[in-house]
Design a protein around this ligand. Structure first.
Ligand code: ACO
Length: 321
């Protein structure tokens, strides 16, 4: 039994912040941001617009595309690092809004690799027969954990959500998933405060992302290249058999470096980071939905998904669409 994607959806908040607006906030330039990252603009959630709102909008689009009744969904998983509340989970908030009752719903947190972790878990539910129609969402309001006076980070991130409806299928679907973590690198990419060690910083609303950008860059390229090769080896496939690569959307230079290492031609790389910046767990399902809706993905295509995030955490999913 395979986990087959039968519908996708995405959502970006209406407010767009372009690089020129950032030029007025920190010592940066449109030219620097474009050449170092490829990012042109990001979408920022409105006041009072939360991760669950973005998640719900993307989920409704995915459910529409799948053509199923929400009540057919028997598992909801949300990958997020920026939940609305400490509890209950964002997944249960979305479940309630969709009018679904009783099915399991939970969040998972693996930062920018979160959607790979979610797909890995969902695939195991489907293969064991524990779930048949799963709603899986990556949603973030990362702007809420960004210091908008720190040019090292504020130019990189944005808000958004992407969703998939995944159904048990005998022919097409996820071929393999591989997820990893190494907690030794905590301080290269982190928010140094949280609920348990919160203190004054948290109370003052200063739970901000800190990052050593160039070290993260090197790690991201190495990890996502290695894991792609592992996925191909596991499936006894060559890189020529891959039709599309949907990498974590953090930086076009990272994406092109991975493409080069793997020997994948640039036109097989799905790149959307220019339009929305790094949306963390939402980035892969967002990019995936764009390529579904513009007709790039055809039934039977072999697609490689990859994520990399704080922790470090990283993972890949290889699927036949
Ligand atoms: N505008 C102008 N100058 C800047 C800016 C900015 N926004 N940010 C940094 N600089 C300066 C630095 O201060 C430095 O100046 P200096 O040489 O005078 O010290 C110079 O630019 C070069 O800095 P580097 O860090 O060496 O630049 P680099 O080419 O590595 O690009 C970047 C920086 C874009 C952050 C890159 O390292 C990167 O993309 N790293 C990966 C980040 C990432 O993907 N993070 C998310 C991972 S996923 C997750 O879990 C969230």
């Amino acid at each position: 039994m395979y986990s087959r994607i039968i519908g996708t959806g995405s959502y970006l908040p209406s407010r767009i912040v372009d690089n020129h607006e950032l030029e007025r906030m920190v010592d940066t330039s449109d030219e620097w941001i474009r050449t170092r990252t490829g990012i042109v603009q990001r979408h920022i959630a409105a006041e009072g617009e939360f991760t669950s709102d973005l998640a719900e909008a993307a989920a409704r689009r995915a459910i529409d595309a799948a053509g199923i009744d929400p009540n057919e969904i028997d598992l909801i998983v949300v990958a997020t690092t920026t939940p609305d509340l400490v509890f209950p989970s964002t997944a249960t908030l979305v479940q309630h809004r969709l009018g679904i009752r009783g099915c399991p719903a939970f969040d998972i947190q693996a930062v920018c690799a979160g959607f790979m972790y979610a797909l890995d878990i969902v695939d195991k539910y489907i293969r064991t027969g524990a779930a048949h129609n799963v709603l899986v969402i990556g949603a973030e309001t990362f702007s809420r954990i960004i210091d908008w006076t720190d040019r090292n980070t504020c130019v990189l991130f944005g808000d958004g959500a992407g969703a998939m409806v995944i159904r048990a299928d005998e022919e097409h679907g996820i071929l393999s998933s591989h997820i990893h973590a190494d907690g030794a690198y905590k301080e290269l990419l982190w928010v140094p405060v949280g609920v348990s060690n919160g203190g004054a910083e948290l109370e003052a609303g200063r739970a901000f992302t800190r990052m050593k950008g160039n070290e993260v860059f090197r790690w991201a390229v190495n990890a996502m290249s290695d894991i792609a090769l592992d996925a191909l080896k596991h499936n006894n496939m060559s890189v020529d058999e891959v039709d599309w690569v949907v990498p974590h959307q953090a930086n076009v230079r990272i994406i092109h470096a991975i493409g080069k290492r793997l020997g994948v031609s640039p036109d097989k790389l799905v790149i959307t980071v220019c339009d929305h910046g790094n949306t963390s767990a939402a980035s892969v399902p967002l990019a995936f939905d764009v390529a579904v809706r513009d007709g790039r993905f055809k039934p039977g295509d072999v697609i490689l998904l990859e994520g990399f995030g704080g922790g470090f955490t990283w993972g890949s999913v290889l699927l036949r669409y």
